[in-house]
Write a protein that binds this ligand. Structure first.
Ligand SMILES: [Zn+2]
Length: 286
């Protein structure tokens, strides 16, 4: 699943590739990725043609390509969705699903998706903020993001700190990988109760999440299964820089203790047993 840095990498790649360009035609090669457009693939293609893209936007893991007329094309990357920009007529990579041509005859926008959990849909009036995204909280990179306000709301919850970080209505864009990395940086156990965590510690966790995602972004995102690539087709590679996520048994980069993997919400939590000690009193395990 792509996390915020991966999605932002894709967005940044799309900005110079689509902004200000007018669609001259759309070819839907497989109907599944446009299944959310209920009138069907032909209608989808016709509905996009003639529109001009404004600058692509993002909130959390949600990406949308606004049109200058106020509507937007919402992109669900799912598990394996990718965009590519290729010359028209260049060979298609496997699993290419949708082709978008422009009236300037330049690079073609291609949506590629192996597993097809993702897709594209038209969001009426969605240019500023699609209705599908409106319930999602601001992410740590949003200029209006206020870490103090997020900490205040986090501390009113009756849950564990990692669960709170993953709650997209509290703060968006933090997934399993960056939650574990942020908690490690802030020396905090994932099950630490939000109601009793000191404000300063909670702030440290939230700021660490922003920091670790900014680092990932600077490196082009994290890639584990090679399904994710940016718009130019190169894989992100941040996995070697992860301190605890996926590092079971390897030494903690800070103290050398072997990293532990523990069951959490049907997935895993990775932590250093010395830097992130089990909390006393109330805690919320997975
Ligand atoms: Zn440690």
């Amino acid at each position: 699943m792509p996390e915020l840095p991966e999605v932002e990498t894709v967005r940044r790649g799309l900005v110079p590739g689509v902004t200000g360009r007018t669609i001259s035609g759309v070819a839907v090669l497989h109907p599944r990725p446009v299944r959310r457009h209920l009138p069907g693939p032909d209608h989808f293609a016709a509905a996009l043609t003639g529109r001009t893209f404004a600058e692509p936007r993002r909130r959390g893991k949600y990406l949308w390509l606004p049109f200058t007329d106020g509507d937007a094309l919402l992109a669900h990357l799912g598990m394996s969705g990718q965009f590519r920009l290729d010359q028209p007529g260049a060979p298609l990579v496997p699993n290419t699903r949708v082709l978008v041509d422009f009236d300037d005859g330049g690079q073609q926008l291609r949506f590629v998706d192996q597993r097809m959990f993702g897709g594209l849909s038209l969001s009426p009036d969605g240019a500023e903020l699609p209705a599908e995204v409106a319930h999602i909280a601001l992410d740590p990179f949003d200029p209006e993001f206020d870490p103090h306000e997020v900490v205040a709301r986090l501390r009113r919850k009756r849950t564990g700190v990692k669960r709170a970080l993953l709650d997209q209505q509290l703060v968006s864009g933090i997934g399993n990988i960056y939650a574990d990395e942020a908690l490690w940086r802030a020396r905090t156990h994932y099950a630490r109760a939000t109601a009793t965590i000191p404000t300063a510690r909670a702030l440290e966790v939230v700021l660490a999440a922003r920091e670790v995602m900014a680092t990932a972004l600077a490196r082009g995102g994290t890639s584990f299964d090679a399904l994710y690539v940016d718009v130019n087709g190169s894989s992100g590679y941040f996995d070697r820089s992860l301190a605890v996520y996926g590092q079971e048994g390897r030494p903690c980069p800070r103290c050398g203790s072997p990293v532990r993997r523990e069951p959490f919400m049907n997935r895993s939590a990775f932590r250093c047993p010395r830097c992130q000690r089990t909390p006393h009193g109330s805690s919320y395990a997975g």
